[in-house]
Ligand binder design. Structure first.
Ligand SMILES: [Mn+2]
Length: 280
């Protein structure tokens, strides 16, 4: 099954959706490997017409390449790099449907190499561990690996969980981060402005870990955290960054712990990003 309305040929597409059904480093709950297909199913719930732009999503050309064949950390690294490299080199925007957050390490790495842009993660977790359960490519090490590539060209938004050591590393390295509380007290627009002062209009890789959203709105994630952002706030971040976003991933949905609401929200946010980018 394809993502709804992803009916264009690859060559004519501006946006390319790819599923990455990998959750091999899951440490609490698993199930993210099931997410790409559940999100695709959920995408058929929504209207093609967007009143706010008076436009149809079917006016846009995008395609869905299906799922990568990934079973280990090694083939995930290889396959994600390969497809992200091709799509970016062809001047198209990749949208990766995770899968767990570790997939971002590989696609963001290629993005840095090819586009020299800025990285933004919407995530409850710092993910700044150097290694976790004996791998450096764990979902708990994403921001650390990204930092090694991007340095100061990154920002973490929605943070509310990390170890003492991770918070110390964050501070020591001066990584830009905005807690969920910061978003509540300052508002989304102010945070978007602050991040854009650092990204200087460069291309953005946006990684949306669905656990940034409060557990009550997005219960089906691998490592849920209370006191999170609400869907409208995420929608506002997508609006704020959509023009610069040139690569996107949505990760950590676990359909095993979901009655469908998390996949539905994921599908809607992807559709909104696509529309906002071209009609916003
Ligand atoms: Mn997370």
């Amino acid at each position: 099954m394809k993502f709804a309305d992803a009916n264009a040929e690859y060559n004519n597409s501006n946006i390319v959706i790819v599923g990455v059904p990998f959750d091999g480093t899951a440490s609490f709950r698993d199930g993210a490997r099931l997410a790409p297909d559940r999100i695709r199913e959920a995408s058929y719930n929504f209207e093609t017409y967007y009143k706010e732009y008076d436009a149809e999503i079917t006016e846009l050309s995008f395609c869905d390449l299906g799922n990568l064949n990934v079973n280990s950390v090694e083939d995930t690294a290889l396959e994600v790099k390969k497809v992200a490299e091709k799509v970016l080199n062809d001047g198209k925007m990749p949208i990766l449907l995770g899968g767990e957050h570790s997939i971002t390490i590989h696609s963001a790495g290629i993005f840095k190499e090819l586009c020299d842009g800025f990285f933004i993660s919407l995530d409850a977790h710092l993910d700044l561990r150097d290694a976790y359960e004996e791998t450096k490519y764990s979902h708990a090490c994403v921001a650390r690996r990204v930092f090694e590539r991007f340095g100061e060209d990154m920002a973490l938004i929605g943070i509310r969980s990390g170890s003492k050591e991770e918070y110390a590393f964050l501070k020591e390295m001066g990584i830009a981060s905005f807690s969920a509380e910061d978003v509540k007290s300052r508002g989304v627009e102010d945070i978007v402005r602050a991040v854009k002062k650092r990204s200087f209009g460069r291309k953005i890789y946006l990684s949306l870990d669905m656990d940034v959203i409060d557990i009550s709105f997005a219960p089906g994630t691998e490592n849920p955290e209370p006191y999170g952002l609400n869907p409208s706030e995420i929608r506002a971040f997508i609006s704020g960054f959509s023009k610069e976003v040139s690569a996107f991933d949505l990760v950590e949905v676990s359909p095993k712990y979901d009655y469908g609401e998390t996949s539905l929200l994921a599908a809607k946010l992807i559709r909104d990003l696509i529309m906002e980018k071209y009609f916003g």
